[in-house]
Write a protein that binds this ligand. Structure first.
Ligand code: BGC
Length: 916
């Protein structure tokens, strides 16, 4: 048994960490995956100040010795106090149940490096250009007849400094951040592969810095370090929609940088941003904005500006800005990086000289394009998600986000050009301003996302469901750029919390969300109003107490996301750090709503985009939306119950009692207020029963009736969905949990409008915001609010994992210490296979019912256990190793009913045959 996938604070070999007691985790790997009941009985972690010492097993910073424990995650560092820029190389060895221990030489080596822990550690100045008065410019808003006025984005300045290193370079680490966005250059090379750094936070509360290992880029002799700055989220356009903002956080782009070079003799040399730097404010990037796009004038390039020997005497000295006073923190989440390059699958020419490339996939990023032309020739790229009926680019849904990149050519050699400080949501790109039809290989789409590791797979006998799974994954990638966003194309791109919470379980099944959610929970807290309200989106560039806040189902992300993060990754520290904030939220709801019904909220979007918003002759106009106070009170109950559970986890007995009691009061008030004759509930709609069942607010003896009425409400819609963003996933899960699995399959496998597969039949490669975003024969729905890259309805992937594969978390033993495997075949499916890489290792499920005897395969990782529930046909039996299953072989039969068997299993791979 070997420890692998070593991580520190969820990250692989992080640089510049600012956590003094970081947590270490590993995954156990065994040579023979068939081996069962493999456990870790002890571990030893050693942390050394150098690689050489680690290789000698000399844990001069920390040596835990042999610790009898099965803990593989969140081992809290308790070694020598850590100081800025310390290097910590570490290894772990483990002992199994047979007292075999892994050999140090076989164990992976990992490291983390401490960052700059206080302002004094930086010893650098914020630098940039002169303050410029805002100039206005007219731009298009595709939903408006006339152009609108916005503040002009100023050209990106180039900053540079040359320095000399005498002697060899042992190691060089660059710490850097900006107000705005930066790209750093060292001796002509781009530093690192981050995009849009330092990413979005509430800059008034915290600014993230990044650390890069630049040892290979610094050399003996003269060196040049440079940076390009742009507006980014700091100064550029921010959504949402009409409430648009610019220059919200400040009006000057600034750079803060410290390069620490260790020379051959071990001495440290600092190169910092200060008044010795020079600036050129008239660079080739003429404007860059996330919504509007980027304009690049190749004629203004300064070849060699970022390498030694360039004459910068005409450049101005930088402005040193001592007024900047921000809280600097190390980046906690995986950086935004390129993850795929896509080639076009088609090209069309809807009118002469207008070329539209189809990239075959709705994605987020930009295109790089190979260009050659006359000096001054202007080539324009406009990005869009869909085409109009006449083949032209559909841009109306972008609203003010005109997503246009412009290149002004210098008449030189043919070369590739791309933007740096913008991003677009698109499948199609329209190119104009070129003289001839471009070749297919003259353009490539570059897709980037927060680089959270992808952790799952799914494949089944229905190819349309496979496409649905893929579309959801793409939509998630397309909506994770330092925060989970609602959409990536129009003038919003906000961290809408309702969308984020509804999708969060799917997000966790698809990707390792631990680090990104750790950051996003901080964003939520930074946006929390003083009395306790959580925002409708985070970061939140508005008044935290008045606007876009305290919305049921939205603000509750402040409770739901930490809870799900805890259940998935056993992150108790997150709960502990966040508990006071969450209890303040619940206390506020209680104070404002003393009768246990949540009526006093500030915003209420309800079950967003439910069936009542669908426009189609063939679909009921009313009857879908759950009453808004009822909806709000359900969230009051859910969040209060979750906070009660968290109090229990944290050993806060008084709080546990307080919030459990409050939840009980909300529940009994809810039932007496909303119970209706005929054992129905107010509204008698799909969403009503789905949410009441899903949130667990009904008494045991009410549940069967609720399920019955829910199914009747589905029949009223001719067996179609009428649920919205919040209730859809609840309905799917409750149908499968409460004896109506076939109905759930019917809904998910339907391609009749409205349904998931309807969009796929229209060619969707991502999840649509609206069921009727585009309807054949009718065209697009609505003017502006019609995104084709909105993940929320993709939350059905949670159901696909929980029901089709049957992989379920156990709240009592979080982080998949114990897994509940309960596959529920249904619909047309003949087989499925898939996996989820949990924080403790791989969980894999396969089933096949093509033959009379059905096959199941279950794999759970070392050091975990599982409960497997498989249904059996009447009179059938479950065989393991060709024998009827009994206790033994690491299996314990917990229950054998006439239609199912429940077994506890130890780690390993198990194959079962179900005899009909
Ligand atoms: C966003 C949503 C969001 C909503 C709030 C929309 O414009 O795209 O997904 O949750 O506003 O109502």
């Amino acid at each position: 048994m070997k420890p692998t996938k070593l991580r520190c604070e969820y990250l692989v070999n992080p640089l510049g960490l600012d956590i003094l007691e970081p947590r270490l985790s590993w995954v156990l790997d065994i040579e023979d995956s068939k081996q069962k009941d493999v456990v870790q009985t002890a571990y030893q972690v050693i942390v050394s100040s150098s690689l050489e010492k680690l290789e000698r097993a000399d844990g001069d910073i920390w040596d835990t010795g042999r610790v009898a424990s099965d803990q593989t995650i969140h081992v809290v560092y308790k070694g020598k106090p850590l100081s800025p820029q310390n290097w910590c190389f570490w290894r772990v060895k483990v002992w199994d149940g047979e007292k075999n221990e892994s050999i140090w030489e076989d164990c992976e080596i990992a490291y983390w490096q401490m960052g700059l822990l206080s302002k004094d550690d930086w010893n650098a100045k914020w630098i940039g250009g002169k303050t410029r008065e805002p100039k206005k410019v007219m731009v298009n808003d595709y939903t408006k007849p006339d152009p609108v006025e916005v503040i002009k984005s100023e050209p990106s300045p180039l900053l540079r400094k040359s320095f000399t290193i005498l002697g060899e370079v042992n190691r060089a680490i660059l710490y850097v951040t900006a107000l705005g966005e930066y790209e750093c250059r060292l001796n002509g090379n781009r530093v690192g592969d981050h995009i849009l750094a330092p990413e979005w936070t509430d800059y008034n509360e915290r600014v993230q810095y990044q650390a890069y290992d630049v040892t290979d880029l610094v050399k003996e002799g003269e060196n040049v370090i440079g940076a390009i700055l742009a507006d980014g989220w700091y100064m550029g356009h921010l959504g949402p929609g009409e409430a648009i903002r610019q220059r919200f956080y400040g009006k000057n782009r600034r750079l803060l940088l410290k390069l620490v070079i260790e020379d051959g003799s071990g001495d440290l040399i600092d190169v910092v941003s200060d008044n010795t730097w020079r600036i050129h404010e008239n660079g080739p990037i003429r404007s860059a904005d996330h919504f509007l796009g980027e304009t690049y004038d190749a004629r203004l390039e300064l070849p060699g500006w970022d390498v030694p020997g360039f004459d910068d005497s005409s450049w101005a000295p930088v402005v040193v800005d001592d007024s900047v006073d921000v809280n600097l923190v190390s980046q906690k989440n995986e950086p935004i990086k390129i993850f795929q390059t896509l080639e076009p699958v088609g090209i069309s020419e809807p009118s002469p000289g207008v070329y539209i490339f189809n990239m075959g996939q709705n994605l987020v990023g930009w295109c790089k394009i190979k260009l050659k032309g006359e000096r001054g020739q202007e080539v324009k790229l406009r990005y869009g998600e869909m085409l109009e009926m006449d083949g032209t680019l559909h841009v109306e849904n972008l609203r003010l986000a005109t997503s246009t990149d412009v290149y002004i050519l210098d008449g030189g050699e043919e070369r590739w050009l791309h933007p740096r400080f913008t991003f677009h949501g698109f499948q199609y790109v329209e190119v104009t301003g070129i003289k001839e039809k471009p070749a297919m290989d003259s353009i490539k789409a570059i897709a980037f996302t927060s680089s959270c590791p992808e952790v799952s797979s799914f494949e089944c006998s229905n190819p349309m469901l496979n496409q649905l799974w893929k579309n959801t994954l793409w939509t998630q990638r397309d909506n994770q750029h330092s925060i989970p966003t609602d959409c990536p194309q129009r003038n919003e791109r906000m961290g809408w919390t309702g969308d984020a919470q509804a999708f969060s379980q799917t997000a966790i099944y698809n990707m390792d969300m631990a680090a990104l959610y750790t950051k996003f929970v901080q964003d939520l807290r930074d946006a929390q109003g003083e009395p306790g309200m959580y925002p409708d989106f985070a970061p939140h560039p508005f008044n935290h107490m008045m606007q876009f806040t305290f919305g049921p189902g939205w603000g509750d992300a402040g409770v739901i996301i930490p809870w799900r993060t805890y259940v998935a990754y056993e992150d108790k520290r997150l709960l502990a750090e966040h508990f006071e904030s969450m209890s303040r939220y619940i206390d506020l709801i209680q104070d404002e709503n003393p009768d246990f019904v949540w009526k006093a909220y500030l915003s209420n979007y309800g079950d967003w985009l439910n069936g009542d918003t669908i426009i189609s002759d063939d679909y009921p106009k009313h009857g879908a939306e759950i009453h808004k106070v009822m909806y709000a009170t359900l969230f009051y109950y859910l969040s209060t119950s979750l906070v009660a559970k968290m109090a229990k986890v944290l050993g806060r007995d008084d709080d546990h009692e307080k919030y459990s009691k409050l939840a009980e009061n909300v529940k009994s008030t809810f039932i007496s207020k909303y119970k209706r004759p005929g054992r129905k509930l107010k509204g008698d709609k799909q969403a009503v029963y789905a949410m009441c069942l899903g949130f667990g607010i009904l008494l045991e003896d009410m549940q069967d009736d609720a399920v019955k009425h829910m199914v009747e409400a589905i029949h009223k819609y001719d067996d179609r969905i009428s649920t919205g963003f919040v209730s859809t996933i609840q309905m799917m899960i409750e149908l499968s949990n409460k004896g109506q699995n076939e109905m759930a399959y019917k809904l998910v496998e339907s391609s009749r409008f409205p349904s998931w597969l309807y969009s796929i039949k229209q060619g969707a490669t991502t999840i649509w915001e609206r069921w009727d975003g585009f309807v054949k024969g009718r065209g697009f729905q609505g003017k502006g609010m019609n995104s084709f890259n909105h993940y929320t309805f993709g939350s059905v992937v949670e159901w696909m994992n929980r029901v089709i594969l049957g992989i379920n978390f156990d709240e009592e033993q979080p982080g998949m210490k114990h897994v509940i495997i309960k596959p529920r075949p249904g619909g047309t499916l003949k087989w499925v296979k898939g996996h989820y890489d949990s924080i403790r290792g791989r969980i894999r499920v396969e089933w096949n019912r093509e033959r009379d005897d059905h096959q199941y395969l279950v794999e759970i990782p070392p050091n975990t256990s599982g409960t497997v529930e498989i249904s059996i046909p009447k009179g059938g039996d479950v065989l393991f190793n060709d024998q009827s299953v009994t206790d033994g072989n690491f299996i314990k039969v917990v229950e054998k009913r006439n239609n199912a068997i429940v077994m506890n299993i130890k780690s390993g791979i198990y194959e079962f045959t179900i005899k009909s």
